[in-house]
Write a protein that binds this ligand. Structure first.
Ligand code: SF4
Length: 291
């Protein structure tokens, strides 16, 4: 049984960087506190907790002798200041792709222009971005919401990094219809999610069974499962190798594996190892029954 990994899988650049920054912070020897969960993966969060990392919900919960970590989604400038006032040290693990959106919004607001961000208003990344230009920024989930906005002055249109391209294009078009000047449209969508989906799609047609490793409630893992199922009916979303049912692999020649952007390598390695072990065992069983 062959085990094939998708061309793109697992930690995206921003999440990998954030985890590495937390590991470096642990070396300092002070307690490490992340504002909100560092990543959406239960197993990795438990591992980090075991190393001394705890999650807090507000800057006021950070102690004077502790290191505060800003996760990849970023925070508002106000929250950053509050953390700097409380913590012994602040580690800013905001993904550079998110920082770019924050800087663009801040610059446009300073120029007196409106900012329209296509995304989910409640998402932490969006809350952080709005904090850089609170008086000038509107977050809209789709083009229909643009119709409810006031007239827009020389707007900048950007997007949440994980948004679908089609939604962004539609929002930009709707903004154009409401603006007093040609909008500045900057596509700030990060390709990590799409790259993982494209790679999974390319592999799904070649395998008999597909395992997607990721959180059961993670929207990007659920989407990966849907993409794989389009071509491989026997696709399963699992969080750990313990969920693999060996009976699903009887007679299987090729197994595909991918993982969401919050799934650490050590979990992926465990799944691949278990699949190879099962494959070897099934091979021995087949040869024994033939002999
Ligand atoms: S998905 Fe993209 S923007 Fe978000 S943390 Fe990962 S690399 Fe950064």
């Amino acid at each position: 049984m062959e085990v094939l990994l998708a061309d793109e899988f697992g930690f995206c650049f921003g999440v990998e960087r954030a985890v590495e920054m937390v590991e470096d912070a642990l070396e300092v020897g002070a307690p490490v506190r992340t504002l909100g969960p560092l990543i959406h993966n239960t197993q990795e969060m438990k591992r980090l907790e075991g190393e001394g990392v705890a999650t807090v919900e507000a800057p006021a919960e950070v102690g004077r002798n502790e290191i505060a970590v800003i996760r990849a989604h970023g925070v508002t400038p106000l929250v950053q200041i509050q953390l700097e006032q409380r913590a012994a040290l602040v580690v800013d693990a905001t993904c550079p792709f998110v920082t770019r959106v924050q800087r663009l919004a801040e610059r446009a607001a300073k120029e007196g222009r409106h900012v329209v961000v296509a995304g989910s208003p409640d998402h932490p990344e969006m809350i952080g971005v709005v904090g850089y230009a609170p008086a000038n920024t509107f977050v809209v989930s789709d083009a229909a919401e643009v119709a409810k906005l006031p007239p827009l002055h020389a707007p900048l249109v950007v997007s949440q990094t994980t948004l679908k391209l089609q939604t962004f294009i539609e929002v930009a078009e709707a903004v154009r219809a409401k603006a007093d000047a040609e909008p500045e449209v900057v596509n700030t969508i990060c390709s990590a999610t799409r790259d993982r989906q494209d790679a999974a799609r390319a592999l799904a047609g070649l395998v008999d069974v597909f395992y997607i490793i990721g959180g059961k409630h993670s929207s990007n893992s659920i989407k990966l499962l849907a993409v794989c199922k389009e071509q491989c009916q026997s696709s399963f979303l699992i969080e750990t190798d313990g969920e693999i049912d060996a009976s699903d692999l009887i007679g299987v020649k090729r197994v595909g594996v991918t993982a969401g952007a919050s799934t650490p390598n050590w979990l992926i390695d465990q799944v691949v190892k278990r699949l190879r072990d099962i494959g070897n065992r099934l091979n021995v069983d087949t040869q024994t029954s033939v002999n």
